[in-house]
Every structure is written in structure tokens, then in C-alpha cells.
Write a protein that binds this ligand. Structure first.
Ligand SMILES: [Zn+2]
Length: 491
């Protein structure tokens, strides 16, 4: 197989999106085990593609997963200013198409979204050509890029989603004012929202993620669980965000194992063999990806069992199996109030371990039990389109119908503090719940909660949820009074 465009440039400069697309088309032409599929077009008119790699002709032809092989979807460079992911995925694709790592091709079906944000690559921007941060758009689905990636999740139905990012270690306060940088190479996180299927979340947290961190460390790359952005010396630390607005938690709420890597994005002023250490960064990201795939191939049996069961029937981690925590945030960890993190002094490279307050305990407000359905009585056509984009099934009421419901009355709306690491809810609605009979009118929507995506739908539809749709721009419905979307108790 020919070298990747990045390798042809001696790993010194980054190819544009068109060059990457041409390279993927070459792999499709040269390898019977590769197939290039177009998922759609970016805001700036650039194609977004997935390269499928598999030893199974049926997977490549029909795009349908197989009973005994995990389907793994990997995304590179969703943030355009984090280029290593796309380059590492091209290298991985070249190796697999050339017959390297044969055990992976026999045990896995791969969907590589090599360049998830082509606008960002060509415009040297974190966001797309519309300045949308697609990375936090998974509830609102405002950007075309997010919608087409959600379509891809449904089309390929991956058992595992791997999202590759890079984290800058140079920070304005921590580095420029205080003279320190964090000193980590690879950080991994997972779908960590407490509403994820209990067995799936437990398997990922207690088995897969520790094994991945151990293997990557053993391969020579210091790895650990993600600790969030470190921007000053006196801050508290938590984990990656709990919100389902990001791909990691959104995919996990659909019943998929979901892993994030944040590799080190070296600072601009260092001296490296290649510009901003790009060759080394791609090597680290490739090592993280390859190690993950080897682990998933070894774990195929248990991973398949837990992820496919979660997609058939969600069971909450606690309570009666239908328990949802609408409000979630991070709080102080009383069992482990402090942790130490490695820092390196910017001026001379001196390394220290520094103590930080540990706020990685997940705090939940009072839980609710998953209702029989949700009724939607406002902007019904727009809501119908939005539900359809999420593949959430609903019924349109054709004649007036009386149902027992939990009417939700918003009594107050409080703005939340600006900076709360890991949480995106901007407003907190205080809600009074009253059980009563209601009459739905013709054209109202009923979203049944006995469907696969029910818990995801409830967390987005219920105004009590920290991740409700109404927290998003353009959906400013949180105002005192009777709320137009509410749980139905029985039909
Ligand atoms: Zn990122």
C-alpha cells in the first residue's frame, strides 16, 4: 500500500481534506478489504467519509454487522485543530489494507471516520465552516455534521465508538502566569453519565478502561484516566463531562461502549524534530488506537454480549431498572479528597507531583422512574423532525384522547453558576408534579418509552433534566407555567 500523504511529506506537513479523501479512495481501489462510503457533506461543502475495513465481504457489501464480530467505529479530528487523529487513522488504514495486524481484520469490522471535521482541517479551525462545535451538538443536532454522524451510528450500529482528541498542555494561567504544564501523554475516558445501561457502564469502567490504560502504559506511553482540563494550580479536578451533548455519552446512552482518548498536544514553543512535534503526536495516537483495537479483539466475546444486550434492553444501574437521574454533576470525593497529578516546569523541564482537590464523585438529584410515554404539545412539527433525526419513534395523535399524565409545572428557573466542570446545564427548572387526566389534541405527539432509545429520549425531553433540549440555543422553553412536554403514566 502507498504511504499516507503525511508520510510522503516526511511527517512535516499536514495534507488538506481533498488529499486525504484521494488517499482513502486509493485504499478502496487497491484493497478488496476496504470500502469508502460517503456519509454526507460538511457545512463548507466538503465530503465526510467512512473507510470500512473488514475481512468479511458481506460486511463491506451490506454494511450489516456480524453476530460474532464487534463493529468498531473510530473518529479522527472531530476538532479541526487536533490533527493527529486523522493522520493516525490513515496510517492504521494503510497497515490493515496491506495485511498487517491480521488478527484485527479477522476479529473486528471497522468503520473509520478518518476526518470527522474536514472544514476544520482546511480552515485550521476547531469548529466547522459555520463555527459550530459539533462535539457538543448531540442533543440539539444543529449542525449537519452531527446529524450525519448520528445517521452513521444508526447505519453501522457499532458496538464500540472511539473518539480521538488531543489536549493542549500549554494554558494561559497555568503556563504563562504560573510557569507549569501538565505532564501526561495519553488520557482515556468513557461514557460516564450515570444513566448509561448499568452493566455496560460497569464493564467499561471496571474492566475495559483499566485494561486499556495498563496496556498502553506497558507499550511505553504513560496513560491514565482523563482528569479534565488543568488550567491553574488551585483548581479542583474531575473527569470528562457527564453531559449527553457529547458523542462519548450520546453513543453510550444508545448502548455502545464508548471510549475517548486525549493525547498530548505539545506546546508551540518547544523544540522538536518535526513542527510542533507532529510526527511524535501521530505515533502516540496510533499506538493508543492500535492498542485499543487489540484489546477489543481479545475482549470480543464479553464486549459483544454486554453492548448488544444493552442495545436490546436498557437497564438502569440502580433502583428498579427503570430509574433515571435527571440532574447529575460532579462533587467532592470524600473517600479520596485529593489526588496528585504530574506537572513539568515550563522553564527547565523540572517535574513535580502536585496535589489537587478531587471532585470526581458523581452527584445526582432525586431520581425519577421512566414513564410510559412523553406527550409533546408545542411546536409539534419541529419536534417531530428533531425526534426523527435522533431515530426516536413517536406517534401522532389523530383524534382527542384522554390519558393519565404527570403534569409538570415550572415554578422557578434558576441560572446555574457559570463554571461547573463537566456539566452543561445552564438553567435549573424547579418543577411541581401533579398527576391528573389530560386530553391530548389532534397533532400532539406521543413518544413511547418502551423503545430502545427511551432513556436517551427521556433525558432530552424532560425539563427536569440537566441535558434537556431546552438547555440548547433556539429551544428556550424553560419559563414558569405548565410545561408543554410531560410524562404520560398510562395510555
Ligand atoms: Zn478535542
Amino acid at each position: 500500500m502507498p504511504s499516507t500523504p503525511f508520510e510522503r511529506e516526511n511527517k512535516r506537513s499536514l495534507p488538506d481534506s481533498r488529499t486525504i479523501g484521494n488517499y482513502l479512495a486509493t485504499l478502496d481501489t487497491l484493497s478488496p478489504r476496504a470500502r469508502l462510503v460517503t456519509l454526507g457533506t460538511s457545512a463548507g461543502g466538503r465530503p465526510i467519509q467512512a473507510l470500512l475495513l473488514s475481512a468479511s465481504p458481506s460486511f463491506l457489501q451490506d454494511l450489516v454487522g456480524e453476530p460474532d464480530k464487534p463493529t468498531v467505529m473510530m473518529l479522527g479530528s472531530q476538532h479541526g485543530n487536533e490533527p493527529s487523529g486523522a493522520e493516525a487513522l490513515q496510517r492504521l488504514a494503510r497497515e490493515l489494507a496491506a495485511g498487517e495486524h491480521p488478527e484485527l481484520m479477522h476479529r473486528l469490522n471497522l468503520v473509520l471516520v478518518v476526518l470527522a471535521n474536514p472544514d476544520g482541517r482546511d480552515l485550521s479551525s476547531r469548529h466547522n465552516a459555520n463555527d459550530d462545535n459539533t462535539n457538543i451538538d448531540y442533543v440539539a443536532l444543529q449542525a449537519g455534521e452531527t446529524r450525519l454522524l448520528v445517521e452513521a451510528l444508526h447505519r453501522f450500529d457499532p458496538d464500540l465508538v472511539f473518539d480521538a482528541h488531543e489536549s493542549g498542555i500549554w494554558k494561559r494561567v497555568l503556563t504563562r502566569e504560573l510557569g507549569w504544564m501538565t505532564d501526561v501523554e495519553a488520557q482515556f475516558d468513557m461514557g460516564n453519565n450515570p444513566n448509561i445501561d448499568g452493566a455496560l457502564r460497569h464493564y467499561t469502567e471496571s474492566k475495559l478502561l483499566p485494561a486499556l490504560i495498563a496496556r498502553v502504559s506497558a507499550a511505553g506511553l504513560a496513560a491514565r484516566r482523563y482528569r479534565g482540563e488543568i488550567t491553574s494550580l488551585d483548581q479542583a479536578v474531575s473527569r470528562g463531562g457527564l453531559g449527553i451533548t457529547n458523542l462519548r455519552n450520546y453513543a453510550a446512552m444508545q448502548g455502545r461502549v464508548s471510549i475517548l482518548v486525549e493525547n498530548r498536544l505539545d506546546n508551540k514553543s518547544g523544540r522538536y524534530a518535526t513542527p510542533r512535534n507532529i510526527a511524535e503526536r501521530v505515533r502516540k495516537q496510533h499506538l493508543s488506537m492500535l492498542t485499543m483495537l487489540q484489546l477489543v479483539a481479545d475482549e470480543a466475546g464479553s464486549l459483544l454480549a454486554v453492548s448488544r444486550r444493552a442495545r436490546q434492553r436498557w437497564v438502569s444501574a440502580d433502583g428498579d431498572g427503570r430509574t433515571l437521574w435527571m440532574g447529575v454533576s460532579f462533587g467532592a470525593n470524600r473517600e479520596q479528597p485529593e489526588i496528585t497529578l504530574p506537572l513539568v516546569r515550563f522553564a527547565d523541564g523540572h517535574k513535580v507531583l502536585r496535589r489537587f482537590r478531587n471532585r470526581d464523585a458523581i452527584v445526582t438529584r432525586k431520581p425519577v422512574s421512566l414513564a410510559a410515554a412523553y406527550a409533546v404539545t408545542r411546536e409539534r412539527e419541529r419536534m417531530a423532525r428533531w425526534l426523527t433525526s435522533h431515530h426516536i419513534a413517536f406517534e401522532t395523535v389523530t383524534e382527542p384522547r384522554e390519558l393519565m399524565a404527570d403534569r409538570l409545572e415550572i415554578t422557578a428557573v434558576r441560572m446555574q453558576p457559570e463554571a461547573r466542570p463537566g456539566v452543561r446545564g445552564k438553567m435549573l427548572a424547579e418543577v411541581m408534579v401533579t398527576r391528573s387526566a389530560v386530553t391530548l389534541q389532534r397533532g400532539d405527539l406521543l413518544v413511547p418509552m418502551d423503545q430502545r432509545l427511551a432513556p436517551l429520549a427521556a433525558l432530552m425531553l424532560d425539563p427536569r433534566s440537566a441535558n434537556a433540549l431546552y438547555q440548547e440555543e433556539g429551544w428556550n422553553w424553560l419559563q414558569p407555567g405548565a410545561f408543554p412536554v410531560f410524562p404520560v403514566v398510562e395510555d
